[in-house]
Design a protein around this ligand. Structure first.
Ligand code: 6R9
Length: 655
């Protein structure tokens, strides 16, 4: 199925994984989810989703249509209903008498804290919505958001939703260049940023990247709204830049939400594809919100009155959108939000936070779990983690050993673990065990959620039998599905709907075990997954080639114990190929500047030639063998077979 030679080894390992964890009797009796959801949803998916949307959301005008799939692949869900996402996430909880419930326990990296109740949040989002309107943002206008993990990030997203202005959040780890292309692609009218945020014990600046991004070429941005977080000096453009505390704090805390149609765009979020140009995945309001709320409630077994939920993702990723902002708040949850890194000031910072707030549901990524494994058990062991009752994993396949460690060391051998598979494109969780229902298998996401139809197919698009491997596909539309790629309907069709006719191609390899449970095996395209962040090989290659000293570049994702994959680049330098002192460091910095520090190659090898087929295609499979220190696989289709020997000799030189 894939040209990745590690896949067969992974398959072998997973096939021998036979540990099982049935739900505990105590958990079952109190669980939100129950086994009957599966047959109910399968018998009448549309009716099932309509019930979820009615029960979990408040509609201004109730919908009468459920799904319109008459013009695939663009779905319309609940299309004649109207609602507001911010009203659902905030106001209605206050109206129901829960205004005093804590929405956010904020923990800054330096140790400062803030508590926002739902009533506080309602005042804040109302002020921010009024401020945005006063700055000329209208329903339908796009707003770019480039913020650290501070409460204003949540407020900013919700304020946009409140006035029906789709937000486009750009992760703070992206460069000015990346920010510029995203602002331009979405024609954003306004940017919300901060002077900076705290990371690894020091203030790290954000505003300069916005200034640089806007200096790169004309945009539609009329204003930049700046939150003061660190107090560091910032350059100021009079007339364009506005302090958040001037505009928002002085605005009225009364604001009527703008009711929008269910299919009104809620946000755009850029993600790496197989080409150099990031895709602006866009989501609409009603279906997205319904599936976020439904999945959050059932997958995490949320009890809004008693649970303290914590998702460690950044709002700059889809996990932050769906499982910090829209899912938990729509469900009226109390959550923890943490600004910084897990090892500041010490390697027990997360566990200190769990103990301090009595966190009961923790949602994080395998790369973080593996990092904690490496640091050692003494850090979590120093804290009381007995409040935890559900653990979640997202972003990449979780290997069984990390799963077992997570359960034993963090979950006290007691908590269910939900391994949740989904994507920016799917909007919400698609495949996951249900706690209290599913007998868990370490390393497997197992079962499509009730209401979701997924399968594993072969090259021809035929479902594989149990025990077989192939490509993961989604065979029926789902409420939170992307409605397209911003401004590029053709690319949307090409990327997801042309590989197999009429069904959604996810880009992941998967296998079905003897019980029909699904095991995810990683990407089958040119997308890498580094610490759960999606990066495109092509995008990094074009960044490298944009440097004057690089003639050619090939990038691969090499297996890495901690980060899942690591970026390894092979470059041919211009003019004689003499490796100039400092070139490698300069190239790494260049990639950071072009895309962002997260895309920096771990290793760059200067080579004389790249392995190519006679038709000129770079054989990345062979480069991956080299990067992973394996014997180089079948090289018979190479135009020049000696190339690989030369490259292999260079791999062990320090980068
Ligand atoms: C939510 C998110 C999506 C890609 C996806 C897949 C990988 C995510 C996973 C998983 C195995 C899981 N992925 N969850 N692989 N098991 N539980 O991460 O969205 O950033 O768009 O990445 O991440 O490869 O295709 P996104």
């Amino acid at each position: 199925m894939t040209e990745d030679s590690t896949t067969s080894e992974t398959l072998e390992n997973l096939l021998t994984e036979d540990r099982r964890f049935p739900p505990g009797a105590d958990f079952v009796t109190q669980a939100n989810a129950h086994a009957e959801l599966y047959p109910w949803a399968a018998a009448d998916p549309a009716g099932f989703w309509a019930d979820q949307a009615r029960e979990l959301l408040t509609w201004q005008q109730p919908f009468t249509e459920v799904l319109d799939w008459s013009n695939p692949p663009v779905a319309r869900w609940f299309a004649d209903g109207t609602l507001n996402a911010c009203y659902n996430a905030v106001d209605r909880h206050v109206e129901a008498g829960h205004g005093d419930r804590v929405a956010i326990h904020f923990e800054g990296e330096p140790g400062d804290t803030r508590t926002l109740t739902y009533a506080d949040l309602q005042r804040e989002v109302s002020r921010a919505a009024n401020a945005l309107t006063a700055l000329g943002v209208q329903t339908g206008d796009r707003v770019a958001i480039y913020l650290p993990m501070i409460p204003e990030a949540v407020v900013a997203l919700l304020a946009c939703a409140r006035i029906g202005a789709p937000h486009s959040v750009v992760f703070g780890g992206f460069s000015a260049e990346a920010l510029h292309t995203r602002i331009e692609d979405a024609d954003a009218k306004l940017v919300i940023t901060a002077d900076g945020g705290y990371r690894r014990g020091a203030p790290s600046a954000l505003k300069p990247a916005v200034d640089d991004a806007l200096a790169k070429g004309p945009t539609d941005v009329a204003h930049v709204l700046v939150v003061r977080r660190t107090g560091q000096d910032v350059a100021w453009t009079e007339g364009r830049d506005v302090w958040w505390h001037d505009a928002v704090d002085n605005a009225s805390d009364q604001h009527t939400p703008v009711w929008v149609e269910a299919e009104h765009p809620l946000f755009i979020l850029y993600t790496s594809g197989t080409t150099g140009k990031p895709k602006g995945i866009f989501h609409t309001t009603g279906g997205y919100l319904a599936q976020c709320a439904y999945s959050h409630l059932n997958v995490f077994d949320l009890k809004p009155e008693t649970d303290v939920y914590w998702c460690t993702a950044d709002v700059g990723w889809v996990t932050g959108h769906s499982y910090i902002v829209y899912g938990p708040l729509t469900n009226g949850a109390t959550q923890v939000m943490y600004e910084g890194t897990p090892d500041t000031p010490g390697r027990d910072r997360w566990w200190e936070i769990v103990e301090k707030y009595r966190v009961s549901i923790l949602y994080t990524a395998p790369t973080a779990i593996r990092t904690c494994m490496k640091w050692g058990e003494e850090f979590p062991a120093a804290h009381d983690l007995s409040s935890l009752r559900v653990l979640g994993s997202v972003g990449e396949p979780i290997n069984p050993e990390a799963w077992m460690w997570y359960r034993r060391v963090i979950g006290g051998d007691r908590t269910p673990i939900v391994d949740t598979w989904w994507q920016t494109e799917t909007g919400a969780i698609m495949i996951s065990p249900l706690p209290g229902v599913t007998t868990l298998k370490p390393g497997s996401a197992q079962t499509p959620l009730p209401g979701i139809a997924a399968d594993v197919v072969d090259d021809e698009g035929h479902p594989v039998p149990n025990g077989g491997g192939g490509y993961l596909v989604l065979t029926k539309p789902w409420p939170a599905m992307l409605r397209g790629i911003w401004g590029d309907l053709e690319r949307f069709k090409d990327t997801y709907w042309s590989r197999f006719s009429g069904i959604y191609f996810a880009g992941d390899g998967a296998k079905k075990d003897e019980d029909g449970d699904i095991w995810l095996l990683g990407r089958v395209d040119d997308v890498m997954n580094v610490s759960g962040h999606r990066l495109s090989t092509t995008e990094i290659e074009s960044a490298l080639v944009s440097h004057p000293s690089v003639a050619e570049a090939a990038v691969v994702g090499a297996t890495d114990e901690t980060t899942g994959q690591a970026v390894v680049a092979f470059v041919i330098l211009r003019g004689g190929n003499e490796e100039v002192e400092g070139t490698v460091a300069e190239l790494r910095a260049h990639v950071a500047k072009e895309i962002g520090p997260i895309a920096k190659p771990r290793k760059i090898l200067v080579v004389q030639e790249l392995p190519k087929t006679r038709s000129g295609k770079i054989m990345r499979r062979l480069l991956r063998d080299v990067a992973e220190h394996r014997a180089v696989g079948d090289a018979t289709t190479l135009a020049d077979a000696s190339v690989m020997d030369l490259i292999a000799q260079g791999i062990d030189k320090p980068a």
